[in-house]
Design a protein around this ligand. Structure first.
Ligand code: ADP
Ligand code: ADP
Length: 232
């Protein structure tokens, strides 16, 4: 059973009288441990697709399954529970809480899961060391560089040990050298911890470590490209 399985997924936005189909019958599966890049130009439906894959939204028509369980008809509260346990999100703008320091930002998802505070802090400290920020635990986001902020965001996404990391333009706000470093870091998580990595982007630089590239255009899968994983 694929980890994520979209079958004939349609997303139709309703704007008054006007309907707009942002996804038009997408069939897509992602297996555990794959490194997948969803690539497409602006307006092609990437964010809409990411919302389906990330259980942030349900389809107008068709089905979305996670680990074999159809989640297409679940309520938001149920979706939120499933997301919290299974998927770590990484965003272009990092989405850190500005009033919390690195440690507190990384602990946050564990607190939502009602993890014991001591356990949460221990895990957050470990993760910040892993992302190379052991000496920045008390820093606020405003005291960190862009690359450091994204590393805090990655540590946060890993705090609940999700099977899937879903990254939306993860290097979009970074210079290319820092972006490369972040991409390399995601690849390490893939190779060393068998994390399923899904990157959604318009940037062809980000296909470097992908095993599978899903090209999306006008709300449809245009082409699926399989790549020999680049040797590092
Ligand atoms: P197969 O019938 O073995 O899937 P295809 O030629 O249809 O062969 O596809 C080749 C490869 O492309 C597959 O092994 C799979 O990795 C990928 N692929 C095809 N269709 C999809 C899909 N809907 N979602 C994800 N990957 C796909
Ligand atoms: P991308 O992420 O590739 O830029 P999106 O998924 O954001 O694409 O958007 C795909 C299409 O759907 C665009 O034409 C956009 O205008 C439209 N769209 C996205 N969200 C909405 C919405 N909430 N209401 C109406 N149309 C939308």
């Amino acid at each position: 059973v694929p980890l994520i399985d979209l079958k004939d997924v349609w997303k139709i936005y309703q704007m008054g009288e006007i309907e707009f189909a942002a996804l038009k019958g997408v069939d897509l599966y992602i297996r555990k441990g794959e490194f997948v890049v969803i690539l497409g130009p602006s307006g092609s439906g990437k964010s809409t697709l990411m919302n389906q894959i990330g259980c942030l939204d349900t389809p107008t028509k068709g089905s979305v399954s996670l680990n074999g369980k159809n989640i297409s008809h679940l309520e938001e509260s149920e979706l939120a529970q499933i997301r919290g346990r299974t998927i770590g999100f990484i965003f272009q703008q990092f989405n850190l809480i500005p009033t919390l320091n690195s440690l507190e930002n990384v602990m946050l998802p564990l607190e939502f899961q009602e993890e014991d505070a001591n356990v949460a802090e221990k895990r957050a400290r470990e993760l910040l060391k892993i992302v190379g920020l052991g000496d920045k635990m008390q820093h606020a986001p405003s005291q960190l560089s862009g690359g450091q902020r994204q590393r805090v965001a990655i540590a946060r996404s890993l705090s609940v040990d999700p099977e899937i990391l879903l990254a939306d333009e993860p290097t979009g706000a970074l210079d290319s050298k820092t972006g490369d470093y972040i991409l390399e870091f995601l690849n390490e998580l893939h190779e060393e911890q068998n994390k399923t990595i899904i990157i959604v982007t318009h940037d062809t630089e980000l296909i470097k470590y992908a095993e599978k590239i899903i090209h999306i255009k006008d709300g449809m899968i245009e082409n699926i490209e399989l790549k020999e994983k680049r040797l590092t």
